[in-house]
Ligand binder design. Structure first.
Ligand code: AMP
Ligand code: GLY
Length: 415
């Protein structure tokens, strides 16, 4: 079986690495690290017709789409129309992530526990709503409805902040068309986690949970990022809470989608807040999380390929093996990230890293014969061990030995 992985980040490297254990993998466009794992093609995710042609030319049996943009733009539909098995939801299902307004409406329709909210297309009514909420002693999260690639949410503890967030999105249009509609919801306070579930129509099977760290600096300080590291397993999440989340957040949604004739085949990423032991849904995404996936794949044994293939073909999701190990993934980033940062800095990787360590490249490329940085998140240093403490120690020892100018990483992943 030959599998195509679409994308170029740490998530796609992790998927390509794992799937290479069970299949021949082609990745497009990939990156310098992925090119060490498998064949890469120089086709971008937005070049739909070229990707379709590539799947024919390379006789692809399964296409796995990593990032949300091509899903929201209908790449899965185009590939399916060409007769390819695709792991990744179609354009209608991808609206769960492409439109927060659609996501919230589906939560309400499916009676999924979520924060109360209002939806607005003009700043005056949005500000009036926010005024009412603060009068009631609530605070709010202001969310650009469209896809703003992780930047569209502002959690506002004062009315002034909320009014400013509305102004930025609707008047200054900092998120472009994505901010034309705003979802404004009650602020929830609790512990966050995300559950990634392989969904095939009404069938599903969840992946082991990996805890993400969104803030740039230690102690959850600094700006929000795409994710600075993950660990798994997560001790505060017991099986009961996972079951509850599946029963209240995953199952009602996929049934409601099916009732609408929307066939979801891919990963449902439920972003959750646990309030007094009860899971509330903050958002749905329609793809693997990054860097969550970099930890998750290292906890899987056999059967991952068959699980993705089963879902791609609309069958019940076959069981896959979950290992009894622990993993810590530390993201090494470029100084300045998530703001401005320099690219093109040489990366030196020791050639005697222990076998428990796998490096997932997120933003690297080759310049002549030199491996250089080409992104804000550069590498995910992923280490396994019998327990978290040992995985953590191994990951940080490796991170310390990898050099590039301006490297930085959080020192508290998995602590
Ligand atoms: P989202 O893209 O909807 O997951 O929002 C990004 C982040 O904003 C989440 O991971 C939470 O940390 C925070 N957030 C979103 N919605 C809420 C909410 N209703 N209450 C508190 N925090 C929220
Ligand atoms: N790490 C969060 C995400 O992938 O959305």
């Amino acid at each position: 079986m030959r599998v195509l992985v679409v994308g170029s980040g740490g998530r796609e490297h992790a998927l390509a690495w794992k799937l290479s254990q069970e299949a021949e993998v082609v990745c497009t466009p990939g990156n310098a690290g992925i090119a060490q794992t498998c064949e890469v093609a120089e086709v971008k995710p937005e070049e739909t017709e070229r990707i379709v042609a590539l799947t024919k030319q390379r006789e692809i049996g399964l296409a796995v789409i990593g990032p949300e943009e091509p899903l929201i733009n209908g790449l899965a539909d185009a590939l399916r129309a060409a007769g390819i098995s695709v792991f990744g939801p179609n354009i209608k299902a991808a609206q769960l992530e492409g439109s927060k307004s659609f996501g919230k409406r589906m939560m309400v329709e499916a009676r999924v526990p979520t924060a109360d909210y209002g939806e607005f297309t003009d700043p005056d009514s949005a500000k009036a709503y926010v005024g009412e909420m603060f009068d009631k002693g609530k605070s709010v999260a202001v969310k650009a409805s469209g896809a703003a690639y992780g930047k569209g949410v502002t959690v506002c503890l004062t009315q002034e902040e909320a009014e400013d967030a509305i102004e930025q999105a609707m008047v200054n249009k900092v998120f472009g068309p994505a901010g034309e509609t705003l979802v404004i919801e009650d602020c929830l306070f609790g512990k966050e986690f995300s559950l990634l579930t392989i969904v095939s129509g009404k069938h599903y099977r969840s992946l082991p949970v990996a805890q993400d760290y969104k803030r740039a600096f230690d102690g959850d300080r600094g700006p929000n990022t795409g994710g600075m590291g993950t660990y798994s397993p997560v001790s505060w999440l017991d099986d009961d809470l996972i079951k509850k989340t599946e029963n209240r957040v995953v199952l009602p949604l996929i049934n409601a989608l099916a009732d609408k004739g929307i066939d979801f085949r891919g990963v449902l990423f439920s972003g959750l807040m646990v309030v007094h032991g009860e899971p509330y849904c903050l958002e749905y995404n329609v793809r693997f999380g990054d860097p969550e996936t970099q930890s998750i794949v290292r906890r899987l044994g056999g059967g991952f390929l068959d699980a993705l293939l089963g879902a791609a073909n609309g069958e019940p999701v076959p069981k896959f093996e979950v290992l009894d190990n622990a993993v810590v993934t530390v993201v090494m980033a470029s100084e300045g990230y998530p703001g401005k940062y320099k690219k093109g800095r040489s990366v030196a990787i020791p050639n005697d890293l222990p076998e428990e360590v796998v490096l997932f490249h997120a933003g690297t490329s080759m310049l002549m014969d030199d491996l250089v940085t080409s992104g804000g998140r550069v590498l995910g240093v992923s280490a396994t061990g019998p327990d978290l403490a040992s995985a953590r120690k191994t990951a940080y020892e490796a991170a310390k030995r990898i050099e590039f100018k301006g490297k930085f990483y959080r020192s508290d992943i998995g602590a």
